[in-house]
Design a protein around this ligand. Structure first.
Ligand code: GCO
Ligand code: MG
Length: 409
């Protein structure tokens, strides 16, 4: 079998997605996701100009060789643009291989290790009654684990709060939301945040009892000592995890946080390679790996990261916001089903327009996801529908402190 075409499709059904479609001389096609929220065209151009020409005539079955050729052959390694592009190729090749085998992809990764994939959803609100309503709505949708994000008195707009989105409503999809020439500016005050968060978790625990797994995302905003303080303050509420408590670049920061709290830690949605986890995994400074298949070079390296993590009892918590396309989501689900050290899967749910463009066979029933049993990934691109939604420039927001200093968003 030979690759005879590599098409890069950028479309915007609800939000922007970058999709790679590989076609073989035997008529089998494969899809990969290279979406990099707010920087989509960089990944699309990397694929189109620098990767697609290298794929022509290659044997699609040689997944590992193609991955090493693209990674080592570029000389310039790592980075979100490069790794998103390589991920799209890797996932598309796995899609082709599994279709050629007539099997759902998870069978090629070792087969199912469980019946379903536990998912967590995103509850949020401007105040405690709104948050409690939102948690309840998520429970009604079947979710058995819930992330809680809250507005903070004194801060105008906080990451992850649905009611503050342009459209409002429970299902926020605000990123990149600002479809405009410039990113939206938000404000931030860590002290106000640290004072407020424990009161919210206390109220949610009191309302829903001790059993429900609760998660929280700090979105890279704290210093190590602030994160340690929050982790400690949240211990009575028994979190499933505290995510991205410090900026991800400094692995040593987690050592300090770890010394002070037993709240489980998750990190890695902005990581690109296993090297970003080297210290974190070896020293057991985290409990969950948050990378996305889409941003970590694909299924092949993500499986290697999880096999490394397994030696240290660290589990998966694969990134699954709506800026991962259904193709990237399906790739995660096949891996989730197969690996032994699965932890939990983030699942925000795409909107109707996205689901029209990406025809999917994965399911979400009674709180559990399943990739389905179609040969391959189980996602096909409706190119006609995709063409109706051309790329729209869009940015993630950014943060400034009260005095105007730029802060991590
Ligand atoms: C999460 C993430 C996302 C990111 C988004 C950026 O935990 O799901 O923090 O919400 O902000 O993926 O593009
Ligand atoms: Mg996050």
């Amino acid at each position: 079998m030979k690759i005879i075409a590599a098409d890069v499709i950028v479309s915007s059904p609800d939000r922007n997605f970058v999709t790679l479609k590989l076609t073989t001389d035997e008529g089998i096609t494969g899809l990969g996701d290279a979406t990099l929220n707010g920087r989509e065209l960089a990944a699309a151009t990397y694929l189109k100009e620098h990767v697609a020409p290298l794929l022509m005539g290659r044997d699609p079955h040689r997944i590992e060789d193609t991955w090493q050729f693209l990674y080592r052959g570029a000389y310039w390694r790592r980075g979100p643009v490069t790794m998103a592009a390589i991920a799209a190729v890797d996932v598309a090749l796995w899609d082709i291989k599994a279709k050629a085998a007539g099997m759902p992809l998870y069978q090629l990764l070792g087969g199912a290790s469980r019946n379903g994939i536990r998912a967590y959803g995103h509850a949020s609100g401007r105040d405690i009654p709104e948050i409690i309503d939102s948690v309840r709505e998520h429970l009604e949708l079947g979710y058995k684990s819930i992330r809680v994000q809250t507005a903070v008195p004194g801060i105008d707009s906080v990451y992850g709060v649905a009611a503050q989105s342009a459209e409002g409503g429970i299902r926020y999809d605000y990123e990149p939301a600002q479809r405009a020439a410039l990113p939206a500016e938000e404000d931030w005050d860590t002290r106000a945040y640290l004072r407020h968060i424990p009161t919210v978790f206390e109220a949610v625990r009191n309302e829903f009892g001790p059993e429900l797994p609760l998660l929280h995302d700090g979105h890279h905003r704290m210093t190590p000592m602030q994160a340690a303080k929050l982790g400690k303050a949240l211990e009575p509420y028994d979190l499933f995890w505290l995510e991205d408590c410090t900026p991800a670049e400094n692995q040593d920061a987690l050592r300090l946080v770890r010394q002070h709290t037993t709240t489980p830690l998750a990190i890695g949605e902005v990581f690109n390679t296993v090297w970003d986890y080297q210290t974190l995994i070896r020293e057991q400074l985290i409990d969950y790996v948050r990378s996305a298949v889409t941003h970590t070079g694909g299924i092949s390296p993500m499986k290697k990261i999880m096999d490394y993590a397994a030696q240290y009892q660290i589990k998966s918590g694969i990134h699954g916001p709506t800026d991962i396309s259904p193709v990237g989501m399906a790739a995660a689900l096949h891996l989730d089903l197969a690996i032994h050290n699965f932890g939990i899967q983030e699942y925000m749910r795409h909107g109707d327009l996205t689901n029209e463009v990406f025809e999917q066979s994965f399911t979400f029933e009674d709180g559990y996801l399943h990739p389905g049993n179609e040969p391959g990934l189980g996602v096909e691109l409706n190119e006609e529908a995709a063409a109706k939604h051309p790329y729209t420039p869009a940015y993630l927001p950014f943060n400034r402190l009260k005095d105007g200093t730029v802060h991590d968003w």
